[in-house]
Ligand binder design. Structure first.
Ligand SMILES: Cc1ncc(COP(=O)(O)O)c(C=O)c1O
Length: 371
């Protein structure tokens, strides 16, 4: 990806053509699924408008994301307030804005939804017994699978509309079997509900679809085949499938253009490379070194050695990689440009407003919003 006049460093450059190609590739891999973009991955107006034109739905996590989508012309009927953690006032604001779909995982939240968004459609999030992903949610979200039926019956009794079960196998999930497990569990929930005369309309199989960073990830065709086979085997006929990706639609569409600020041999004997981009202005997913991004420089033909990569702030945690093996040219020096690849997801939106006085990461788009 290139940008003719690179704006001031650091910045994120997003290629809209690749967003469109990703959307279409996923639709081709899962032809019967409804694709719902998780806005939090890249809340960029041009991306939202493009995906809206392509026919996507939108997973929104807050009133702010609802307003952002509305401002881009998205119909609230295709938004789902997918965050199980929400105040009564925010449920009411979403409902007033026309949002009628909500995710939930507790009775408390269901009661609040019934009061402030009466009749709304519920996707009940359960904790699937899937293997851990690269950036796992732990047990923060989702009821126990055995509790899901009871909560859906409660939702029905509260006058809410039942969409069906919902799971998210954790972000950057590298094992396709995770969806097979989740779909099988969702199928058991659907069967138990059918026995109570509550039909399931849809199963939301969440996001988590991985992309290749330094390590290669399974592609959408492989995932699509596993998901389609599991759905055919475990879900009642005519159950709609909803897939809710963030990373898989936008991760490989962005490149961060940064600069080397300093190079030194540190007292630990290692070569440290300090960049103008770090944990607090876009590289949040390097926490615990979960995501191993790829770097590119203009000196990549020179000899390489292993380095520690750190960000620009005076914070000791602002170190991107010290365990992950990162190789950079031995000739790299202050002022050199450096590009960080596949940084289209969970970067700019994570950027702090002014930590250490550094401004948030700026975003520039290239490519065509409309074909
Ligand atoms: C509710 C919800 N849906 C979908 C996603 C998208 O996940 P991913 O980017 O891994 O596809 C997230 C990510 O945090 C989420 O919280």
């Amino acid at each position: 990806m290139s940008v003719s006049n690179p704006p001031e460093s650091p910045c994120l450059v997003i290629d809209l053509n690749r967003v469109r190609a990703n959307y279409r590739a996923l639709q081709a891999a899962l032809p019967s699924a409804r694709i719902r973009f998780a806005v939090k991955a890249s809340p960029v107006p041009e991306i939202i408008r493009l995906l809206n034109d392509e026919g996507a739905e939108f997973d929104v996590a807050s009133v702010g994301e609802i307003e952002l989508c509305l401002a881009q012309g998205v119909d609230p009927a295709v938004m789902c307030y997918g965050n199980p953690i929400k105040k009564a006032a925010h449920i009411a604001a979403a409902h007033a804005a026309g949002v009628r779909r909500f995710a939930s995982d507790t009775e408390d939240d269901l009661v609040r939804i019934a009061e402030h968004a009466p009749g709304a459609e519920i996707e009940l999030r359960f904790l699937a017994s899937a293997p851990a992903s690269q950036t796992p949610f732990g047990v923060k979200f989702g009821c126990a699978p055995g509790e899901a039926v009871q909560l859906l019956v409660r939702a029905h009794d509260l006058g809410l509309t039942i969409a069906g079960p919902y799971f998210h196998v954790g972000s950057q999930q590298l094992d396709p079997i995770a969806w097979q497990i989740g779909i099988e569990q969702a199928g058991a929930i659907a069967e138990a509900l059918a026995a109570k005369d509550i039909p399931v309309k849809a199963v939301n199989i969440g996001g988590g679809l991985p992309i290749s960073y330094a390590d290669t990830a399974p592609g959408v065709d492989e995932l699509g085949a596993v998901i389609a086979a599991a759905a055919a085997r475990h879900l009642p006929e005519h159950t709609a499938l909803i897939v809710e990706p963030g990373r898989a639609l936008v991760g490989n569409t962005g490149v961060i253009h940064g600069e080397v600020v300093n190079v030194r041999q540190a007292p630990d004997g290692r070569r440290w490379i300090y960049l103008d981009i770090g944990r607090y202005n876009g590289m949040a997913e390097t926490e615990n070194e979960y995501i191993a991004y790829r770097f590119q420089t203009d000196r990549d033909g020179d000899p390489m050695d292993e380095v520690v990569v750190a960000g620009p702030t005076c914070d000791g945690d602002d170190v991107l990689y010290q365990r992950t093996r990162v190789l950079l040219p031995t000739t790299l020096r202050a002022g050199d440009p450096i590009r960080i690849l596949e940084t289209g997801a969970y970067t700019a939106s994570y950027s702090s407003v002014s930590f250490n006085g550094f401004p948030p990461l700026t975003v520039h788009v290239i490519g065509a919003e409309r074909e």
